[in-house]
Design a binder for this molecule. Structure first.
Ligand code: PRP
Length: 178
């Protein structure tokens, strides 16, 4: 295990189970209806890659790049959009794919940006939810695991751009960021 990781929160098998559960809920919700999946970069890349393979309806994929953390361990509250989707959302079922909801600022901004674009519906799925840290009111429609208020990295999630490639989700040792 990486020396900066205090403990593993979700190992490979536990992540796979959580992803399959989310996929099952999404499949049940949309049935055969086509979906546009919007992947929120960068943290969601691993989750999206695994989740999308388990979706059974016709799916198209696009990306938005939104970041809020900067280099710190807590949300700055400022959300920067550096890549937007250019797809016309009119009449589409949109599924936002997010790795984690923390303060909620990122998804709040994404939802606000997408709300005016005429989608038939906009649903949110997240692998992880940390409700204790919420600063704005927002909930996912499909959630993998609710987790405690600890700083987690791996499987796409970073601290200062590191640890994304860990194959598990682990709690980062406080010494790394304090
Ligand atoms: C992380 C994570 C979510 C967001 C959640 O992204 O991937 O998008 O923070 O936090 P919030 O609910 O407090 O907004 P980050 O801004 O670190 O960018 P990244 O995905 O490129 O790592």
């Amino acid at each position: 295990m990486n020396k900066d990781i205090k403990r593993v929160l979700l190992d490979k098998e536990e992540i796979a189970a959580a992803v399959s559960e989310v996929a099952g809920k999404v499949n049940e919700c949309f049935g055969e209806e086509p979906v546009l999946a919007i992947v929120i970069l960068k943290g969601s890349m691993f989750f999206a890659a695994d989740l999308l393979k388990e979706l059974k309806m016709p799916v198209t994929v696009d990306f938005m790049k939104v970041s809020s953390y900067g280099k710190g361990a807590t949300s700055s509250g400022m959300v920067n959009l550096s890549l937007d989707t250019e797809i016309d959302l009119t009449g589409l079922n949109v599924l936002i794919i997010e790795d984690i909801i923390d303060s909620g600022n990122t998804l709040s901004k994404v939802r606000m940006l997408l709300a005016q674009r005429g989608a038939k519906c906009v649903k949110i799925c997240t692998l992880l939810d940390k409700p204790d840290r919420r600063e704005v009111e927002i909930d996912a429609d499909f959630t993998g695991r609710v987790i405690p208020n600890e700083f987690v990295v791996g499987y796409g999630l970073d601290f200062a751009e590191k640890y994304r490639n860990l194959p598990y989700i682990g709690v980062l040792d406080e010494a790394v960021y304090s």
